[in-house]
Design a protein around this ligand. Structure first.
Ligand code: ADE
Length: 404
């Protein structure tokens, strides 16, 4: 990949020579050229800015040096090729891992680093006549110029290029790669004392049980994401039927209400099957307390009232199966699309290596079966793994590409 950066502070980009990106350049995976915008100026003072029309604070970057610099960059490339031009700025689209992945596919990127109050707006229009132009922001804060943003973007993209990060696997389970934050990591010693406090590595990591370690790590990713970035867990919630509900990981304090909601939601199934003798009716707070360490349970509240829940986990007997359970929406709120979004959300939490999503419901629960079928589940071609009065439903995970 080739990268050109135009700036009035070329020295700012020196760190691109270091570490993995420096090595990638020496290995020929990445070619980075940094250009001084002032080189194309024609006046004695090498002027690149002037006062803003209409008044106001600060200075604005003049159009002509930018047009000349961009023309020079383009002229220096392989014939017929043009770079994608990225202009960093706080008013741009948000830079994300997804965007890093997308841009890492481009053979040639050029960055235009603005300073002062920004670049004359006509430069954007002029550049768009010749190039694909994207204005990209690092986040909702203001930097002094685009250079730091270029460092961040080039590093995020560069490490995705094949051969840059030695162990490609280490790219997979990182924060944001699949929408979740990463799990906590530990190294030796297993027991560490400082200031009179001893802190242990979680015993599961010393157990040698790879299945248990994978389950623990995935649960940690879910918990961290729910605690630190709940917005990542349910992006659809911002616009859809979940928009007015507050999502949270279930805690022991939720369990009495969860018992009541479970009973209310399973009444139709009890009526249809003629028995109350199944776990959603017989489980009380003690059973649900135990379940909190076996499953990751989510609850949704409307104006403080617990109105929906689902729990998820890897099947302890088959790591490749992602189980959904106790899927419920308060009877008075059913039929509004909340359930569909919760199902989509629970599926989206499945680890990448899962091959089957699994859910179980009463054999006579026609309504549930209808909802699951609509969500792409089909009846499993085997007898229920839970109880003869129930059926298993399965589906393949949505491909990551579907999730955008
Ligand atoms: N230049 C100034 N602020 C910026 C930001 N937040 N992102 C990218 N470039 C910038």
């Amino acid at each position: 990949m080739r990268i050109d950066v135009v700036t009035i502070f070329p020295e700012y980009l020196a760190p691109l020579e270091l570490s993995l990106l420096g090595k990638a350049q020496r290995d020929g995976i990445l070619q980075i050229r940094v250009h001084d915008l002032r080189e194309v100026t024609t006046d004695r003072h090498r002027t690149v800015d002037d006062t803003p029309y209409g008044g106001g604070a600060g200075m604005v970057m003049k159009p002509e040096p930018w047009a000349a610099a961009l023309a020079r960059v383009c002229a220096d490339g392989p014939t017929g090729q043009r770079p994608v031009l990225i202009i960093p700025g706080p008013g741009g689209e948000r830079f994300t891992q997804q965007l890093a992945r997308e841009l890492a596919q481009e053979p040639w990127l050029a960055f235009a680093c603005g300073r002062y109050e920004g670049i004359d707006e006509r430069v954007y229009a002029h550049a768009a006549d010749h190039l694909r132009v994207r204005t990209i922001s690092l986040g909702d804060y203001v930097l002094n110029g685009g250079e730091v943003a270029v460092l961040a973007m080039v590093e995020a993209m560069g490490r995705l290029l094949p051969g840059v990060v030695g162990n490609a696997e280490s790219l997979v389970e990182e924060s944001h790669e699949d929408g979740l934050l990463e799990y906590p990591v530990y190294t030796k010693p297993a027991s560490w004392t400082r200031d009179g406090v001893t802190r242990e590595v979680p015993p599961v990591l010393l157990s040698g049980d790879h299945g248990a370690i994978a389950r623990w790590r995935h649960a940690q990713r879910l918990e961290r994401t729910a605690a630190r970035r709940p917005d990542l867990l349910a992006p659809a919630a911002a616009v859809g039927a979940l928009a007015d509900l507050d999502a949270a990981l279930a805690t022991p304090a939720d369990l009495p209400e969860l018992v009541v909601l479970t009973r209310a939601c399973w009444v139709p199934e009890a009526a249809a099957s003629g028995t109350f003798d199944f776990p959603p009716f017989t489980d009380g707070v003690p059973e649900l307390t135990a379940s909190l360490s076996e499953w990751t349970t989510y609850v949704w509240r409307a104006a403080g009232r617990l109105v929906a829940s689902i729990r998820v986990r890897r099947d302890p007997e088959d790591d490749r199966v992602w189980q959904l359970g106790r899927f419920m929406v308060a009877p008075d709120l059913q039929g509004r699309g909340i359930g569909q979004e919760i199902l989509t959300f629970a599926e989206s939490l499945a680890p990448r290596d899962v091959s089957t999503i699994w859910i179980n419901t009463g054999r006579v629960s026609e309504r549930n079966i209808r909802i699951y079928r609509k969500a792409g589940f089909r009846l499993a071609p085997w007898d229920s793994q839970v109880h003869p009065a129930t059926v298993d439903l399965i589906k393949s995970p949505r491909s990551r590409a579907d999730k955008g």
